[in-house]
Each structure stands twice: as C-alpha cells, then as structure tokens.
Design a protein around this ligand. Structure first.
Ligand SMILES: [Mg+2]
Length: 175
C-alpha cells in the first residue's frame, strides 16, 4: 500500500507550499492536467491557477505537463502555459515520467508529481521515487471509466488515511 501513499494530500494546487518544496531540493513540477489544473472538459485555466504557475516559474521551478488526456487538448494548455507536455502519458507507466525528467534535465529526486488520481499520478510517481502530491479533483464530472476508478480510489484513500499513511490538509491547514 505504501506505493499508493502520496507525500502530501491537499485540496488545491494553490495550497502547495513552493518554499517547502524548494527546501526539499525540488526544482521541477510534473503536472497532471485534467481535474488537477482544469476541470475535466473545461477549456478555461482559472486565473488563480495561472498566477500560481507563473509564480512557480518565476521562482525557478521547471514545469512539465504529464497527461493521459487527448493530445490536442493537452497541447493547447501546454502552449497556453508555455511549458512542455508528455502526452499521452499512459500513467502509471514509468516511461512518461522518465521522458519528463529527461525534458526538464532533472532527476527523480528533484521533481514533484502533482495530480488528482492515486492510481495514475501517485502510483506512477512513487514507482520512480518521485515526491508525490495528491490534489482533490476540481470537478465531479468525469469519464465513466474514471468514475468507476474513483469508487475504488475512495475506498483505498479512506484506508490509507485510517492507517495514518496519509494526512489530508484542507486549505486552512487543518484536518
Ligand atoms: Mg487528473
């Protein structure tokens, strides 16, 4: 089960403490797109998120999208953000993570994977020893296949939280 444990579990991407990541030696962020940065099926990147991404870049973080989504859509957002993308990533397979590390010229220890799904983002990142941050999904609307996975994910999440493997921090920092 450890392999499914994210290092952090937060409500929003904007709750991520960049200074803390920097102190850990993290220099790059691998970002999931759908339901992490934008709502599933949404074409709009919220201003708050856009500002956060710009801030991360200003602070020297290298960013890369790692998405299992549709190439055209992912490329659109990558261009909008001015960052590279690995797509389709086929997470949790390790190849995409390796490609992203190669693109950013960083090692696994120097990046964090940020995403909303245990079985793709967290599992894939953990398999390579990458620091993983799980985010609550932006939108409840999803593909039917994802909905089925979510049911299982919910159960596993609950177990991991019960076991003390994960501590969820909401935006106020409490539990
Ligand atoms: Mg996602």
């Amino acid at each position: 089960m450890r392999i499914l444990c994210p290092d952090q579990f937060l409500q929003n991407v904007t709750d991520i403490n960049l200074a803390e990541l920097k102190a850990r030696g993290i220099k790059g962020l691998l970002l999931d797109l759908d339901n992490t940065l934008v709502g599933w099926d949404s074409d709009i990147l919220a201003e708050e998120l856009s500002n956060w991404l710009a801030d991360a870049q200003t602070q020297g973080f290298k960013l890369c999208l790692v998405s299992n989504g549709v190439r055209k859509r992912v490329k659109y957002f990558a261009d909008l953000m001015g960052i590279p993308a690995i797509v389709p990533a086929l997470k949790p397979r390790r190849a995409a993570f390796r490609k992203a590390l190669n693109k950013l010229q960083l090692s696994a220890k120097e990046v964090a994977m940020i995403g909303d799904q245990l079985f793709t983002d967290v599992l894939g990142g953990n398999r390579l020893g990458i620091y993983t941050i799980l985010i609550r999904p932006i939108s409840k609307q999803e593909l039917r296949s994802t909905k089925l996975v979510r049911k299982l994910e919910k159960r596993v999440l609950k177990r991991l939280i019960d076991q003390g493997c994960i501590t969820y921090k909401d935006s106020d920092g409490g539990k």
